[in-house]
Each structure stands twice: as C-alpha cells, then as structure tokens.
Design a protein. Structure first.
Length: 281
C-alpha cells in the first residue's frame, strides 16, 4: 500500500514508525525539514519538505498513485484542505484528524464526504469509546460499576461524560466556573460540580471512597497520575488517566493505573486500521 502522511508532529511520527515496520511504501510530508531529517534517520520511508496544502507539491509527492492519504498536522483547516486536494488529485482514501467536536455533526460530515474526505478522526470521541468499552468488559467479568467520577471538563472529559451518562451515575468536576456552567447546560444525566477535583479532601467529601471508576483528564499528565493513585489508594476499583507525555505511560502502568489514554497513540492506532481493512471504531 502506498501511503502519504501529512504532518510530521508527534502523531504523524508515531504513525509512520508503526507503518514502516510493515510492507508499505510510505511518504511523510511536512514544512519542517528538521522533523523530516529525524524521521529519515530512523525509519524506512521517503520524506518530502513542502506545504501540504500546495497543489503543485502534492502532485510532486505522487498523490495520484496513493492508496491512503492521512492528514494529521496540528491544524484542522490544513488537514481538511490537504485531504480534499489529495482526493481531487487521485488519492483513493483520505483520513483527517480534527480537534473540534462541532465538525462531527451529521451535516458537516456529509459536506466533507461530498468534498472527498472519507473518514474524520476525533481523538476525544475515540477515547470516550475506549473508556466505555473498557467498563462494559469489566461488567462482563461481574464487576459492579455504578458510580463514576471524572476530573476535568475538557473536550475529552465532556465526551466521556456524554458516552457514560446514560449507563452510570456520573459526577464531573471542573475548577473553572464558566466551563462548569457550560457543562451543566450541555450534559444530560451528569452531575457537574464546580470545584478543584485534584484536592483529596474535596474528593473524599464528594464520595471518592464509594466511587467505582475514577477518570482523570485534567490536561496535566502528572496531575492525572497522582489523582488516580489517590483514588486507587482509597479503594476505587478502576482508574483511568489521560497521559499525553508518552514517556510517563510505562511508569503509570507499573504504578497500577488500569487504563491509560493518550490521544496521539489513540489516533495512530485507529488510523492504522485502515491499512489492515478494519475501519470501524
């Protein structure tokens, strides 16, 4: 399979390292020459430096003969434009990473499909599915899960709360008052608490010791690890931590955190399915 990856950041780099161990012809494109040099030194692939939204540059990359075009730069607009152009220039399948949940609504997705984007990857949504699947599997093993605490009202916290709210008793903690009010207005079947969910006394007052699942998604890897360890120490059955620093993942696993979320790895693993014919979440 011939694959072009647009974006040599953390997601793109991890993805091409994963794919380069398989029998694919991989081209990674980016406007940062230093990033490309580092990848060329460690992976069996071709690098090309240029603007991923330039028609002339995309033609140079051989996009017309490409089986899979993957756009994973840090910018939604760049990913969308590059994928649309790649499709128009002959790429068979296009996949785009986005960071804005509003692009997931049916009308927007239909527009993108017409324009040539075959699949949209929203890391927070995939992470929420992963958490829900993990809890369902735990229940199949006769674990009784009723109460769930979520620390952090970020995009990922909101998506997890939406996913779990219909099946479990959910409390979500948010220290920022405006975010807390927003969550309260936009989440059904979820109790939103305005307060600092990293404070042990506060969590104990709010029922930490009777909580079944504790999910820390504050945006700070260290805070998420520490609060999960507190929860486990207080008897919580299952702890979930969002850890964006990849170097911390092995440490967190050794410390006993049950489920680890890393949006970069989640995106890369999901996109990898397109290369092996498994394209459902």
């Amino acid at each position: 399979m011939r694959i072009i990856v647009a974006g040599a950041g953390e997601v793109g780099s991890y993805l091409v390292k994963m794919l380069s161990s398989e029998e694919h012809e991989i081209v990674i494109i980016d406007n940062d020459e230093e990033r490309l040099k580092n990848l060329a030194a460690t992976c069996d692939l071709m690098t090309m430096c240029g603007s991923v939204t330039s028609r002339e540059f995309l033609i140079e990359t051989g996009v017309s003969e490409t089986d899979l075009f993957i756009a994973v730069t840090s910018f939604d607009d760049t990913n969308i434009v590059s994928a649309i152009m790649a499709k128009k220039l002959g790429a068979k399948l296009t996949v785009v990473r986005i960071g804005k949940s509003e692009m997931l609504n049916r009308e927007t997705r239909d527009i993108f499909t017409v324009l040539g984007i075959d699949s949209i990857v929203y890391p927070e949504k995939i992470a929420a599915h992963k958490v829900a699947d993990t809890l369902r599997k735990s229940e199949q093993k006769n674990e009784n899960i009723v109460r769930v605490m979520i620390i952090g009202g970020s995009h990922i916290g909101r998506m997890i709360a939406k996913e779990l709210g219909k099946d479990y008793s959910i409390k979500i903690f948010e220290a920022d008052s405006e975010k807390a009010y927003y969550l309260s207005d936009n989440l059904n079947n979820v109790l939103v608490i305005h307060g600092d969910g990293t404070k042990s006394d506060f969590l104990l007052e709010e029922g930490l010791q009777t909580t079944d699942v504790f999910i820390a998604v504050t945006g700070n890897s260290e805070t998420n690890i520490l609060t999960c360890l507190l929860a486990k120490n207080e008897g919580v059955k299952h702890a979930v931590a969002d850890i964006e620093n990849i170097d911390y993942i092995n440490i967190a696993e050794r410390l006993g955190i049950d489920t680890i979320l890393n949006k970069k790895l989640i995106v890369a693993d999901f996109i990898h399915r397109f290369t092996i014919g498994k394209m459902d979440i």
